[in-house]
Design a protein around this ligand. Structure first.
Ligand code: ACO
Length: 429
């Protein structure tokens, strides 16, 4: 019996069943940076813990990284993209202002039945998105949700500003969250915001207040501006506080926490949290040396690495905690429910997945072509004559096909519409 039926009468939990990450191939070391701005490996390591970061190549974008991470997560979860109900992409560097990166990702994956939206909450974005996904699952409105944190911060940092350009890197991390009958997964979350600190970490230009203009470009306002000291002060306080709050909300003791996965912004901020919480340092995942601050991707990337290193086991209690632009913060208490680390998937499954994504590309191309042809050949709405009639027929047929495709959806959700008798009549005409 499927998960859906099994949990329909009992309590519903939201657990992570798949995970994946992707980083660009190109690596920029501190020494490389010292050739671009007035800095040094010694300064960067001693002030931040960062040794290198991955930087998007010409062909890497927030979407391409998201696609790679998501494909891996789906493979681990063992579901096909058509089973997804929702795709959420947390990002501060979307592919475009609109459409959302999530919608483009939904199309690239062939997740034909999923709603999709982007979520902007700075570096706390992944925590916010995972919390929303868990709520959607527990409330019964979704069975499987894909949550992605993906960033190409290298595209919005000012490569002449040593205060910021040394800090950030590019990458993506993704998880699949699925409904589950056993008590596990997301147990509690704490989300917070203090917009009075908005200007402490901001990209001032390119939005509705200061649309792109010559003046914006001259002031270099299309790039990240940060008051590092204030953000540092805020982060050092809020990270331990949010951790304590979520542990309390979950009804746990701090000592029960097997692993804390903090946002990777600065190893001194993490060290301050370790000291304040009084937990052993080996219970914290720290990988900032290799990736720098990848904003909303940093927590899922650290999660993937912790799993790969065997640091996450069934029954473990984890805390994921982040902070960022907004100002925002968030923490999640997670009880790990997957019984064993993901086995490498057989090669044929990978091939099958590759073929699926090839078909998803074709599906997308057909839809674009059909849309273009429709625009060129059909008459305007309500038009007389052959072109008007053609349009009327075609519109009806499209509606029927859309509804019929809904029927192919495995375990269609409670809101899925069934084809009506009217549709069937229309199809016969
Ligand atoms: N290389 C060499 N010197 C530098 C560099 C650099 N890359 N950057 C700054 N300096 C200099 C400064 O100019 C300053 O010199 P001055 O005293 O002559 O003016 C000196 O180093 C010390 O500057 P501070 O700001 O005091 O350095 P600090 O120890 O605070 O470290 C840092 C700066 C690393 C930015 C720290 O404040 C920090 O980590 N802040 C938090 C950043 C953060 O967490 N951002 C989160 C982003 S989350 C999101 O949503 C995107």
């Amino acid at each position: 019996m499927s998960d859906r039926r099994r949990v329909s009468r009992g309590p519903r939990y939201a657990q992570i069943t798949g995970w994946g990450m992707a980083v660009p191939e190109k690596v920029l070391t501190n020494d490389d940076l010292a050739r671009i701005v007035d800095t040094s490996d010694e300064w960067i390591v001693s002030h931040t813990g960062i040794q290198q970061r991955c930087i998007a190549g010409e062909r890497d974008t927030t979407l391409t990284l998201a696609v790679r991470a998501a494909q891996e997560a789906l493979l681990v979860a063992g579901i096909v993209p058509t089973q997804l109900d929702l795709v959420i992409v947390a990002t501060v560097t979307p592919e475009y202002l609109f459409p959302s990166t999530a919608s483009l990702l939904q199309d690239a994956l062939g997740a034909a039945h999923a709603g999709a939206f982007d979520l902007s909450a700075g570096c706390s974005g992944f925590i916010y998105a995972l919390s929303m996904a868990a709520d959607a699952i527990r409330s019964g409105s979704a069975e499987h949700v894909l949550v992605v944190g993906s960033e190409t911060l290298s595209r919005i940092v000012d490569w002449t500003d040593r205060n910021t350009c040394v800090l950030f890197g590019d990458g993506a991390g993704a998880v699949v969250v699925s409904v589950c009958a056993e008590r596990c997964g997301v147990m509690a979350s704490v989300l917070g915001s203090d917009g009075s600190g908005g200007e402490l970490l901001i990209v001032p230009g390119g939005g509705s207040r200061h649309p792109l203009s010559q003046q914006v470009l001259e002031r270099r306002d299309q790039y990240v501006k940060m008051n590092g000291r204030e953000v540092y002060r805020f982060a050092s306080t809020v990270m331990p506080r949010a951790t304590e709050a979520v542990v309390q909300k979950a009804g746990w003791q701090l000592q029960d926490v097997a692993l804390v996965i903090p946002h990777q912004a600065n190893d001194r901020i993490i060290a301050a949290a370790i000291k304040r919480l009084g937990l052993p340092a080996d219970r914290f995942v720290v990988n900032i040396a290799r990736y720098g601050n990848t904003s909303s991707a940093s927590i899922p990337i650290a999660l993937c690495e912790a799993i790969a290193e065997g640091r996450v086991n069934a029954g473990d209690r984890l805390v994921l905690v982040g902070f960022g632009a907004g100002l925002t913060w968030g923490a999640l208490a997670l009880e790990w429910g997957v019984p064993e680390p993901a086995r490498p998937r057989p090669l044929f499954l990978r091939w099958l997945a590759t073929f699926w994504y090839f078909l998803a590309g074709i599906r997308s191309a057909i839809r674009r072509t059909e849309r273009a042809l429709y625009d060129r050949t059909m008459g305007p709405e309500g038009a007389e004559g052959v072109r008007g009639k053609l349009r009327e027929r075609s519109d009806r047929l499209r509606a029927v096909i859309a509804r019929r495709l809904g029927r192919l959806r495995p375990e269609a959700g409670p809101t899925a519409e069934k084809p009506t008798a009217e549709d069937d009549d229309a199809a016969r005409q």
